[in-house]
Design a protein around this ligand. Structure first.
Ligand SMILES: Nc1ncnc2c1ncn2[C@@H]1O[C@H](COP(=O)(O)OP(=O)(O)OP(=O)(O)O)[C@@H](O)[C@H]1O
Ligand SMILES: [Mg+2]
Length: 339
């Protein structure tokens, strides 16, 4: 796929697929975007990571011409999102947080309708619909009404809808929110294959893990502005250290386990009584697991499990801002089982 790019006149910005400089947008007293800057190279994936209300959807809506920013400049595929909105629209796909599908139509009919909106000939729309339904693992459901689709199927159909026009630049607003782990993996694979074909992707997410899996670069936003950026590994390095989680066999051991873990922890030890887990950041990483396991045993704590947890968005936030990402933050996700 090629990306139509207009020279911006500024050598350093020539060739960016997505560029935003100082975007601002307020809704009454709420400043949703407070000078947002973004740069995405063609053929790469930018992950925009932020908690509820941080401005992710507002940024996507401004970049996809659905909302006019109060201040700032944004270009997509080289075109200004305000002055050249129709040029931008021709080159982008958007799969939003709320799927824009017609419930009363079948999967095929939804995609054919979109093809017609893009003025594709009917036969080509039908061909494209069949091709996308197969690619997104929906061929069996193609003739069924969307109202019978599961959440994961809707997400995939919504993504298919955004791909009908073969857009070189794709915006995905929390593409896997609310999906089960298996459906999430399916969508990740689909997004990877689009990127392998040369599509530029901006995806928003509340999951560091998702950005980790898909994004070449990640920006962390808070209150409508970028507070950190880099590769996902660089962000994790900023968190400093790894998180270790210990699951105890019996709830009565939680206090003792907490005391042991505190000796190795950097900062606070968290306790989750429902899951019988204590966890904390440890500066030395997985290397301290044998020592912790031995100390637990000496303290009479019977463990069900001990292992590394990936830093969560909340860990990143806490480190970067000194405050929690709020209720949206997810707990660290278990990645290895060591005992
Ligand atoms: N149309 C609107 N009218 C009024 N306020 C709005 C509107 N759209 C967004 N906001 C406010 O702007 C801020 C940013 O909202 P936005 O939807 O961009 O956040 P988000 O990062 O996408 O959140 P989420 O993770 O919940 O999707 C929030 O405080 C929100 O309430
Ligand atoms: Mg949103």
């Amino acid at each position: 796929m090629t990306i139509a790019l207009r020279r911006t006149g500024r050598a350093e910005n020539a060739g960016l697929a997505i560029e935003a400089v100082g975007l601002e947008k307020s809704f009454g007293p709420t400043q949703a975007l407070a000078g947002l800057d973004l740069e995405v190279e063609p053929g790469t994936v930018l992950g925009v990571l932020g908690p509820n209300g941080s401005g992710k959807t507002t940024a996507v809506r401004a970049l996809t011409t659905l909302l006019r920013p109060d201040r700032g400049i944004a270009r997509v595929a080289g075109f200004d999102v305000v002055a050249q909105a129709s040029e931008v629209r021709r080159r982008i796909g958007l799969a939003g947080q709320s799927a824009a599908l017609d419930e009363s139509l079948t999967g095929t009919a939804n995609l054919v309708m979109i093809g017609q909106l893009f003025r594709l000939p009917r036969s080509e729309s039908q061909h494209r619909a069949a091709e996308l339904l197969a690619r997104l693992d929906l061929a069996d459901a193609a003739g069924r009404g969307v109202k019978t689709y599961s959440g994961g199927m809707r997400r995939r159909l919504d993504l298919a809808a955004s791909l009908v026009s073969r857009p070189p630049v794709l915006f995905l607003d929390e593409p896997t929110a609310g999906l089960d782990p298996r459906s999430r993996l399916v969508l990740w694979d689909i997004i990877r294959s689009l990127v392998a074909d040369g599509t530029t992707v901006l995806l928003t997410t509340q999951y560091l893990e998702e950005a980790d899996q898909l994004a070449d670069r990640v920006v962390v936003i808070d209150k409508g502005a970028v507070i950190a950026q880099g590769s996902s590994d660089e962000l994790k390095a900023q968190v400093g250290g790894d998180r270790i989680g210990v699951t105890v066999a019996a709830e009565r051991d939680l206090a003792a386990a907490r005391e042991v873990l505190a000796r190795y922890a950097q900062g606070e030890v968290h306790t989750d009584p429902d899951r019988r887990v204590v966890d904390a950041l440890v500066p030395t990483g997985a290397g301290c697991i044998p020592a912790i396991a031995a100390a637990m045993s000496t303290a009479g704590v019977v463990m069900d499990d001990v292992g590394m947890l990936r830093p969560s968005l909340d860990d990143v936030f806490l480190t970067l801002t000194g405050h929690s990402a709020g209720p949206a933050a997810i707990a660290g996700e278990k990645v290895e089982q060591l005992v």
